[in-house]
Design a protein around this ligand. Sequence first.
Ligand code: GLC
Ligand code: CA
Length: 564
Amino acid sequence: MKREWWHGLLGYQIYPKSFYDSNGDGIGDLPGVLQKLDYLESLGVGLVWLSPMYPSPMVDNGYDISDYYGVDPRFGTLEDLDRLIAEMKKRGMHLILDLVVNHCSDRHEWFQKAIEDPFGPWGGYFYLKEGKNGCPPNNWRSLFGGSAWEKLPGQENLFYLHTFAKQQPDLNWENPALREEIYRMTNWWLDRGISGFRLDAITNLKKDLTWADLPADGPDGMGSIFRSIDRMIRRDGGTKNGIGVFLSELKGRCFAPHDAFTVGEASHVDAGLLPEFIGEKGYFSTIFAFDAINGHIRGACYCEDDPYMDPDQWKQDVFRNQAVLKDFAFEANVVENHDRPRAASLFIPKEEYGFASVTALAGLQVLQRGLPFLYQGQEIGMTNCPFLPEEYDDLSTLDNYRYSLECGYSKEEALEGCARMSRDNCRTPMQWSDGPNAGFTSGSPWLKVNPNYPEINVKKQEQEYGSILNFYRRLVNFYKSEEYGEVLTYGSFEPLYEDQEKIFAFRRRLGEKVLTVFCNFSGSERFLSLKEDYSEVIFVNLPQVTRIGNNLILHPFQLIVTEK
Ligand code: GLC
Ligand code: CA
């Protein structure tokens, strides 16, 4: 595998609205990020992904962009962003931004002009289609609920497509003029000194231009647009004639000339297509390894999902994923992001939450082969947050609640689903201290602060040697260390003890260097009859390593790394 500048780094996602508020308006901002760079450095972060900070009406918290060339005043100014880039460079850190080009905001100038003149040049930037006697052109359901079509304002029978909310009209990538606009903008940011992008909903770019109805998959008679996207990616057993045209152009015109790092939110790419998407010849540097963390998702509403991630299912998915990747590429390993519940709540039953379980999860994520990305607050073990129904903010949570009722679930069931799965769980303000509002803001926070902040916060964990935060620091030091960094980055990944329930073990091997990671991802003690001996224990989350003859005794949630 060709070596790249970003290999071996630790990624960290910042959701700016909830990270740190520097001016007391209750909203996190760029000067706030600047003030926390020492903190990020102390964690060993090398690559920061900043969720959208562009001007936006904030219908979807910035994923609805009304101007691609600026910074929303709530977050600061373009000068603040330049300062952030410069300060990060000084520290040897890289900044990547979120490239959201499947759709823009309905407030974007392009869409406003399309409304004025649907058949003029800007109308061609969107998918505008005649309806069927005032009804949508087909039965596609958007990902945030309801029809994926909305009447263009002022029109009787002309609709525009929106994969997500109706305030997020999809951009027409079939139109070369639109693509030129996007490339110009992408290069404008790269020329400003950022190191690359996280690519939002990037596998959604290609639409089924037959606009055929989908088989209905819900009581509303609609079919999820998800199916259509899926079909477009798999069409003809590959994508070279479909989405690949757009993606290779994007790479050739923007990413490659800048040696940019790109990580795709690419949920429809299955094993066979990976070599086309990532690695040296791929469209992107890497994609998030969602396959391995979506194993609990069962249906269209939260109510249908498993309440916890089954560790054995997770292990199997990770092993399958790693087997496919072998050595041609890395995936970006994640256990949480701004769209998911907190990993400490999803992977760990409430009664088992604690230092051991949270650090075991951390070890399994970071020591796998790939590029690890943490999400803000993960490093202190932040958890899901209890919300009253009226405290939810996220539009997709509200839609999921509505849709659950439509699917026949009771109010209680629907709310329980939201409590477990809402995206607001991980969007609550970062818990910096036990001061007012967890030290996030001196004003009134835009979203509820998790009431557990007096217990779970950065300041407290800075002071305790044995805290989750300090474990993360040791873990990242280990992952990047001179002695083990190479094997932990480039070493092969070999599953071990696959048939042992809730034992998650694997080997990393590079030449003569052989490390073994053993983890008991359960709340009860386990005996493991070792198949091969080791010479030294080099890393643990819990101190005592007990052996009786050939039996390794693994305490609840113990993680042990040995060297041969
Ligand atoms: C991606 C983002 C999500 C957003 C959606 C629409 O999935 O991660 O937060 O709502 O795209 O932009
Ligand atoms: Ca602010």
